[in-house]
Ligand binder design. Structure first.
Ligand SMILES: NC(=O)c1ccc[n+]([C@@H]2O[C@H](COP(=O)([O-])OP(=O)(O)OC[C@H]3O[C@@H](n4cnc5c(N)ncnc54)[C@H](OP(=O)(O)O)[C@@H]3O)[C@@H](O)[C@H]2O)c1
Ligand SMILES: *[C@@H]1O[C@H](CO)[C@@H](O)[C@H](O)[C@H]1NC(C)=O
Ligand SMILES: *[C@@H]1O[C@H](CO)[C@@H](O)[C@H](O)[C@H]1NC(C)=O
Ligand SMILES: *[C@@H]1O[C@H](CO)[C@@H](O)[C@H](O)[C@H]1NC(C)=O
Ligand SMILES: *[C@@H]1O[C@H](CO)[C@@H](O)[C@H](O)[C@H]1NC(C)=O
Ligand SMILES: *[C@@H]1O[C@H](CO)[C@@H](O)[C@H](O)[C@H]1NC(C)=O
Length: 319
């Protein structure tokens, strides 16, 4: 009896491992590019795929700015990353994407202390209802507006340092997203409901904004040496679901363990977009599994992208 149980257990673990290696893992970034003398910013890099992305970049010799909201979590990650990479070119700088004032002071400090910016990775993301310091819906405010302002304030420096790139970590969830301008205008996407479906809808909307922005930004960057990409990193076992109900987390645990990528696997498409040589002609496009993919029609609607850009400019006081 014990033998049968043991054999079954071994079989299940082995099957799960093989399944994970073949089906879940996905493609890896194959670029061998070295980054000595290059400066990169990764937002939300104290944990999850932001941290594994930063580690890979630091190993390639880049100067990596960890732009994180918590001083404590950011500095702990800084120590870890220095230890595993042996790099002394990793720096923590505080950035709360839920505060327009914090974004402005981050950019001011960055532009003063760092002469270059070669790649900006807009990775931070949140899955939680709530409000930013400026009274915007938390997911819309952090996932979209925060990165919108950050990107715009850093654009001149990126142009000066071309060829340079901007990467937006979006999500396959953007397929479920909708942009309702009347609602954005009046409620600033302060998510009203708290049910599972309502929260998922607000998150998906914010991720659709990321893809629409990449579409509009690529147009605005024509004739410069800056290219931009958005991507779905895969379903990843990270801290993203930390503020969902404990029932949901308990329910998801077996699913995430077997079917979700780990954070190293989850960082591969971000790294591909940041590093792969010869993808410049794909500026503005969306990637998944290290491969360019089609997006839904609503994610490349020129008029919506333009209107959202203008609304975003107004909401963060750029006009
Ligand atoms: N996990 C998935 O399956 C999945 C799927 C598709 C897309 N994504 C996207 O992948 C990206 C990375 O997520 P992850 O899975 O690695 O999640 P994670 O482990 O929760 O990491 C998210 C990071 O974003 C940071 N962040 C949150 N709010 C912030 C704010 N206001 N200002 C600055 N930083 C903030 C977090 O900082 P704190 O630690 O201080 O909170 C954390 O460092 C997100 O954009 C997410 O939407 C994830
Ligand atoms: C990723 O792409 C590889 C190679 O094209 C393919 O074999 C694999 O099935 C894909 N994985 C996923 C998760 O889409
Ligand atoms: C990334 O997304 C933000 C917010 O949606 C947007 O403002 C920015 O232009 C996007 N950048 C790229 C490269 O897509
Ligand atoms: C939002 O409101 C402003 C001013 O209240 C108005 O000018 C603008 O046209 C509205 N935008 C949309 C997209 O409805
Ligand atoms: C883009 O880069 C190329 C090669 O480095 C350079 O010759 C060109 O002037 C740059 N264009 C712009 C608009 O900066
Ligand atoms: C979100 O989850 C983290 C980790 O479990 C916890 O420390 C934090 O207080 C939670 N935030 C909210 C607003 O629930």
């Amino acid at each position: 009896m014990a033998t049968i149980l043991l054999l079954t257990a071994i079989f299940v673990v082995a099957a799960a491992y093989i399944f994970h290696e073949i089906v879940v893992k996905g493609k890896s970034c194959t670029s061998k590019v070295q980054l000595h003398g290059k400066t990169l910013i990764v937002t939300g890099s104290n944990t999850g795929i932001g941290k594994t992305t930063a580690i890979d970049l630091a190993k390639r010799g880049a100067r990596v700015i960890l732009a994180c909201r918590s001083k404590q979590r950011g500095e702990a990650a800084l120590e870890d990353i220095k230890k595993v990479t042996g790099s002394n070119q990793v720096v923590f700088m505080q950035l709360n994407l839920g505060s327009l004032a914090s974004i402005r002071s981050f950019v001011e400090a960055f532009l003063k202390s760092e002469p270059r910016l070669d790649i900006l990775i807009n990775n931070a993301g949140i899955y939680m209802q709530g409000q930013t310091d400026d009274g915007l819906g938390m997911m819309f405010g952090v996932n979209h507006i925060g990165h919108f302002l950050l990107t715009n304030l850093l654009l001149e420096r990126l142009k000066e340092c071309g060829p340079s790139r901007i990467i937006n970590v979006s999500s396959v969830a953007h397929h479920f997203g909708k942009i309702d301008f009347d609602c954005l205008n009046t409620t600033k996407s302060l998510g009203q409901g708290t049910t599972f479906m309502e929260v998922l809808q607000v998150y998906s909307n914010s991720k659709l904004c990321n893809v629409l922005f990449t579409h509009e930004l690529a147009k605005r960057l024509q004739g410069t040496n800056v290219t931009c990409y958005s991507l779905h990193p895969g379903a990843i076992n990270s801290e993203l679901a930390r503020n969902t109900s404990s029932f949901a987390q308990w329910f998801l645990l077996p699913v995430t363990t077997f079917f979700f990528k780990n954070t190293i696997q989850g960082s591969q498409t971000s790294l591909h977009c940041a590093l792969q040589e010869g993808i410049e002609h794909l500026s503005g496009r969306y990637f998944s599994n290290c491969t360019v993919k089609e997006v839904s029609d609503k994610a490349k609607d020129d008029a919506t992208a333009k209107k959202l850009w203008e609304l975003s400019e107004r909401l963060c006081g750029l006009v």
